[in-house]
Design a protein. Structure first.
Length: 116
């Protein structure tokens, strides 16, 4: 069992940066792939970025490529999402997810609001 707790969300202006963190419990964190998803009001949850357990393979949604960076620190059981050049369309609740063959564990989400 893995518990995930996101933090770092907030209200920022377009062009600003934020770094989200997701702290995981459990000693098996380093064996899980990790990801960030987001859900905007009235829209379905969508994939943002993922990182494999080793940290060697990263994947991004086209909408965030070049602006967002996912990383992990297995010693701290934490995954990060550095978000630069934020846009109003990035406004959403951001969720952290973990899993081995799918996304089995989810955090409660953190709100990111980008004003124009």
């Amino acid at each position: 069992q893995v518990q995930l707790v996101e933090s770092g969300g907030g209200l920022v202006q377009a062009g600003d940066s934020l770094r989200l963190s997701c702290a995981a419990s459990g000693r098996t964190f380093r064996t899980y792939n990790m990801a960030w998803f987001r859900q905007a009001p009235g829209k379905e949850r969508e994939f943002v970025a993922s990182i494999t357990w080793s940290g060697f393979s990263l994947s991004y949604a086209d909408s965030v490529k070049g602006r967002f960076t996912i990383s992990r620190d297995n010693a701290k059981n934490t995954v990060y999402l550095q978000m630069n050049s934020l846009k109003p369309e990035d406004t959403a609740v951001y969720y952290c997810a973990a899993g081995a063959t799918g996304w089995n564990y989810w955090g409660q989400g953190t709100q990111v609001t980008v004003s124009s």
